[in-house]
Design a protein around this ligand. Structure first.
Ligand SMILES: Cc1cc2nc3c(=O)[nH]c(=O)nc-3n(C[C@H](O)[C@H](O)[C@H](O)COP(=O)(O)OP(=O)(O)OC[C@H]3O[C@@H](n4cnc5c(N)ncnc54)[C@H](O)[C@@H]3O)c2cc1C
Length: 457
């Protein structure tokens, strides 16, 4: 008899997939972005996929084809809503230990994240102070820094004497595509099926019960359907008669060459380059620790010039993209009224105004960027809710139907907690990974939603 382990880790042939899909799936996950793959990974972790198949379907020919693939994937914890900050903190722990736990490199960089507030947008100053105080009381690693400390952390930065910052030393970013692929790979090794190039055309309902999905390759029967289709979620649910409070807007990003010598920035550190825990009882380096050390050595050849900046005073965020030798710049605020009705009609052309503005704000804060060349620019999609917090949970009155969408431009950092919490919800376990009431998809029911959530903190 074959062990469960060997069956779980083998690759499925097309015939076996067909056999499995002839049986009812436990859960169909619609969408192969960071949320879909995180949920699939967590479900596969908790279930025996032979008895309870998990099937993820992605309409594109590759994973991370939506917002996830163009994400900044910045991991920070500075949020005024404790519910969000806690998810970000727990997810940061997952991301930062991912390589050691799984042996897979998702490009985690502990660069530190600096959130700045100053006199040109003074309303942020008390909010940053309060936020730091609240988060510290909750055990989040962040501290308030003044202009002198900011200059020390970040030589070459231009800050007036009255600028303050919230400094998160352990935060940073991951590589978004590597992360999605790693989540999916782990889901697959645990027995989940990921199908690329399969588009869900309809959620199949029997009255108020989800029965599965119709796809361009046939029907998949399932006990649970989770819609994590990012910008396409609104239309997919709409076709099933569900009006979700979701809108899509089009943020633009600009990339300027990263200074090779650094903006005078600090050296990124792993903190504990070789921790005592890395050594086994005989004093030898644990194989995973060795892998991590080697990966770290290779990665540190790709220097980052400076920490991530969330600049509330000038209205931009920025992070180095070492593998593209560039630095990404985007706006913190966006106009929730400039709705893109059809996400497939994304205009890829980035405006000259955005390129000019990006250089102006980045060089305004770090003068070294004044003379560096443009590298690239791209447009992308955010899926918004009225309060800029995601819809996470079951759809009221629709048994077996779940949604995780509307991350409003800050979801990547939350994906591990979203995956864990959604899998708890689907399996009927107590939900410990997020506050189910705070994120309930039903929270806008019975009232006209006021659009305009808070995007900065
Ligand atoms: C430019 C940009 C910068 C960002 N920066 C950050 C950041 O720094 N930090 C942070 O935390 N967050 C950031 N975000 C937000 C974060 O990236 C998103 O919240 C997150 O990626 C959303 O993931 P998702 O899986 O919900 O959606 P998506 O990644 O959009 O995935 C949805 C998937 O569903 C598929 N799909 C759609 N319809 C169907 C269908 N009918 N059948 C099958 N498949 C379907 C799509 O092809 C797509 O692959 C940023 C987002 C953008 C766009």
């Amino acid at each position: 008899m074959r062990s469960r382990r060997s069956l779980k880790s083998q690759a499925f042939t097309g015939h076996q997939i067909g056999m499995l899909l002839a049986v009812k799936a436990h859960t169909v996950v619609v969408g192969g972005g960071v949320m879909g793959t995180s949920i699939a990974m967590q479900l596969a972790n908790r279930l025996d996929p032979l008895a309870n198949p998990i099937v993820l379907v992605e309409r594109a020919s590759h994973l991370a084809a939506g917002s996830s693939g163009r994400s900044g994937a910045i991991l920070r914890m500075q949020y005024a809503d404790l519910e969000v900050a806690r998810m970000a903190r727990n997810s940061l722990t997952d991301y930062s230990s991912f390589l050691t736990r799984t042996g897979r490199d998702i490009g985690f960089r502990k660069t530190g994240v600096l959130t700045l507030a100053g006199a040109r947008a003074p309303e942020w100053i008390p909010r940053v102070r309060e936020c730091v105080e609240m988060l510290r009381a909750d055990g989040v690693k962040t501290e308030l820094v003044g202009a002198a400390e900011i200059r020390e952390l970040f030589p070459g930065i231009a800050v007036a004497e009255d600028v303050i910052g919230a400094w998160e030393p352990d935060s940073g970013f991951v590589d978004p595509v590597a992360t999605v692929e790693a989540f999916a790979a782990i889901a697959r090794t645990r027995g989940a099926i990921t199908r690329l190039g399969v588009e869900v055309t309809e959620i199949v309902m029997d009255g108020e019960r989800a029965m599965g999905v119709e796809t361009n390759e046939g029907r998949i029967d399932a006990e649970h359907v989770v819609v994590v289709a990012g910008p396409w979620t609104h239309a997919l649910l709409g076709d099933a008669g569900i009006e979700a409070p979701l809108r899509v807007v089009r943020p633009e990003q600009h990339f300027i060459a990263m200074p090779s010598t650094g903006a005078g920035g600090r050296e990124e550190s792993r903190g504990d380059s070789l921790a005592f825990d890395d050594l086994n009882a005989t004093g030898e380096l644990d194989p995973l620790a060795r892998l991590e050390n080697e990966t770290e050595r290779r990665r540190s050849a790709l220097k980052v010039a400076h920490p991530v900046i969330i600049d509330l005073e000038l209205g931009f965020y920025s992070r180095c993209v070492p593998e593209r030798e560039s630095t990404r710049v985007g706006r913190i605020e966006y106009d929730s009224a400039a709705v893109l009705e059809d996400p497939d009609q994304l205009d890829e052309e980035v405006s000259e105004e955005m390129k000019r503005w990006s250089r102006e704000v980045l060089a305004g804060r770090m003068p070294v960027y004044g003379d560096l060349p443009d590298v690239a620019s791209e447009a992308a999609l955010y899926t918004l809710t009225p309060d800029a917090q995601p819809l996470l949970g079951s759809i009221a009155g629709m048994q077996g139907l779940f949604v995780a969408s509307g991350f409003s431009g800050h979801g990547f950092k939350l994906a591990p907690a979203v995956g864990e919490g959604m899998s708890q919800l689907i399996l009927g376990d107590p939900i410990t990974a997020f506050d189910a009431d705070f994120f309930s998809p039903a929270r806008f029911a019975g009232r006209t939603p006021q659009w305009g959530g808070n995007f900065g903190l």
